[in-house]
Design a protein around this ligand. Structure first.
Ligand SMILES: [Ca+2]
Length: 113
């Protein structure tokens, strides 16, 4: 089993998503921006204007209430926040500003700036 894995490990992974960039109408752009503001606001609990890993962890930790259908272990919380920072923190300073967040969303939507 492990030998089989070693034999294929030199094949480069190619998982680049095929997204055709498109332009948004001003109405669409405004709509996406409004939604982004709302979601960002949820993450930015202390309203500092940026989101850090701790805030992401705290947000999802909030699901861990008694009787909740969705709960997260500390390990999962770490993974969630790490993933969030990886996607959103473009300049790698440990904070995701609204601009960074918005750009990540546009990228996700396949929008060309
Ligand atoms: Ca940043």
């Amino acid at each position: 089993m492990s030998e089989e894995k070693a034999a294929t490990s030199d094949i480069p992974e190619c998982e680049a998503p095929v997204i055709v960039p498109r332009k948004l109408s001003p109405e669409e752009a405004e709509q996406i921006r409004r939604e982004a503001v709302e979601v960002f606001d949820l993450y930015d609990v202390d309203k500092s204007g940026y989101v850090d890993a701790t805030e992401v962890e705290n947000l999802f930790r909030g699901f861990n209430t008694e009787g909740s259908l969705i709960t997260f272990t500390e390990e999962e919380l770490k993974e969630l926040s790490a993933e969030f920072m990886k996607i959103g923190d473009a300049n790698d300073d440990g904070k995701v500003t609204f601009d960074e967040f918005f750009k990540a969303i546009l990228k996700d939507e396949g929008v060309e700036e």
